[in-house]
Design a protein around this ligand. Structure first.
Ligand SMILES: Cc1cc2nc3c(=O)[nH]c(=O)nc-3n(C[C@H](O)[C@H](O)[C@H](O)COP(=O)(O)O)c2cc1C
Length: 430
């Protein structure tokens, strides 16, 4: 099932722990400048965002909100109603997996090297044929209109302006065509599939995504039904059953053909048809050829945590995987995604492109995941928190902050390119 439920972010949850960290710069007074977060491509060298911010300070302008992405959850709460905040910040069960994701990064430390002249730096890379200026993508995050009215359109514009690829969720609040238009001809975009159990609808959605310029298919395996999320349940907050986050199926001709009345005429019936297409729809490895048959670009499986599943993905002819526990939102008590990464790299690193998400908040986090063998990372909640703070500008500020931190930390630790990182760059188990 798609990512659609909400949670209150009560004090028991790890999400609340993340969100309740003291925020110094978060929620800066309205009217303050955007810290150089203007539209248009940033100056070469992501680290220059730091210079922009300091120079703006000479005019008395502060960043619109914090540059410390670990604090964003706390200030995002001030911009959202409780249901939407809970949906965004929430996690499964006790939140143990969400906490474990962050704790895992702390057990690895970079060991900086000196006098290696690490400038100019080049963060660019190519993943599955997609050229990107840094090994960072925007993770699929559904139902973004509950975070900001512009939702995925704002995200698509911000991503294109910085050059970062976005992965659009099946549970988008806007259609694939609308998001593609917002992302523009120069934007790079991948499409995430929640795999419908109606083959005609599935094929129709895939064709639309391809026609709209989405190049790589990301198939999410870990959310075939929603986890037990007490924060969501306690608020009985499920935007999806109100027809939010359903723009893609509701605009789909194959889906609409199966309805007696259009979604505009009878939203409840449309929702009730859409829900069974997702809930309880676990798939099997032997069904993957169907996707290969109907998608001619690269296919990536998202949500892999066990080396044997990674081997199965490779055996099935997939092109890549995302090592992910969905940001701790699905299996409470599951292994931290970062802890799963080395074993998976060892098992299939020579057969698959390995991407990583779950817990990335800083440039240093990105470097650690790369050093442990990921080719690129996806970032989820931080940019969605940016969306809550300031729509398109907010997403751009988060992206530029993360990439500046990444650029500077890469250089200061003695590296010119992400490819120079390896397990030798880390001291692990600390
Ligand atoms: C509010 C929210 C909605 C999400 N929606 C989706 C989705 O529709 N499809 C999907 O594959 N993953 C979804 N995810 C999971 C993210 O793609 C990603 O795996 C996760 O956010 C990474 O962890 P992080 O938030 O710690 O960066 C969602 C995550 C959040 C926080």
């Amino acid at each position: 099932m798609s990512e659609t439920s909400g949670a209150s972010g009560t004090s028991e949850s790890s999400a609340a722990a993340e969100a309740s960290e003291p925020s110094q710069a978060g929620g800066a007074p309205a009217g303050q400048a955007d810290g150089g977060a203007s539209a248009g491509p940033p100056a070469p060298g992501f680290g220059n965002y730091q210079n922009d911010i300091y120079l703006n300070g000479l005019d008395g302008q502060l960043p619109r909100f914090t540059t410390d992405l670990t604090l964003l959850g706390a200030s995002a709460r001030e911009h959202l109603d409780p249901g939407a905040f809970g949906y965004l910040a929430g996690a499964a069960g006790s939140g143990a997996t969400h906490r474990a994701n962050r704790a895992a990064f702390d057990r690895h430390r970079l060991v900086p090297r000196m006098l290696r002249g690490p400038a100019p730096r080049d963060l660019s890379t190519t993943v599955l044929g997609t050229r990107m200026p840094a090994p960072v993508l925007l993770a699929p995050v559904g139902v973004q209109s509950i975070i900001h009215p512009d939702g995925e359109l704002a995200t698509a514009r911000a991503a294109a302006s910085v050059g970062v690829p976005m992965v659009l969720s099946t549970a988008s609040s806007h259609t694939v065509e609308e998001v593609a238009e917002a992302n523009g001809p120069d934007g790079t975009r991948w499409f995430q599939l929640y795999w419908p159990n109606d083959d005609d609808v599935c094929v129709s959605i895939l064709e639309r995504a391809r026609d709209a310029g989405f190049t790589t298919l990301v198939v999410t395996l870990d959310t075939w039904t929603l986890a037990w999320r007490p924060q969501d349940l306690d608020q009985s907050y499920l935007p999806f059953i109100r027809g939010v986050g359903t723009a893609i199926p509701f605009s789909d001709p194959a889906f609409r053909a199966g309805l007696e009345k259009t979604p505009e005429e009878d939203v409840i019936s449309a929702v009730l048809r859409w829900v069974p297409m997702f809930t309880g729809t676990d798939r099997s490895w032997d069904q993957l050829p169907f996707l290969r048959e109907h998608w001619d670009g690269p296919i990536v499986l998202k949500g892999v945590l066990h080396p044997d599943d990674a081997r199965k993905a490779a055996d099935a002819g997939m092109d890549g995987i995302v090592v992910s526990n969905h940001g701790g939102r699905q299996v409470d008590g599951a292994i931290a995604a970062l802890d799963a990464l080395p074993g998976i790299v060892e098992a299939v690193g020579d057969r698959l492109e390995i991407l990583f998400d779950s817990g990335i908040r800083t440039g240093s986090d990105v470097l650690k995941a790369l050093a442990l063998g990921a080719r690129a990372v996806l970032v989820g909640r931080p940019y969605a928190y940016g969306l809550a703070h300031g729509g398109e500008d907010g997403v751009r500020h988060v992206l530029r902050s993360l990439l500046a931190d990444l650029d500077l930390t890469l250089g200061l630790s003695g590296h010119r390119t992400p490819g120079e990182l390896s397990a030798d760059s880390l001291q692990s188990g600390v």
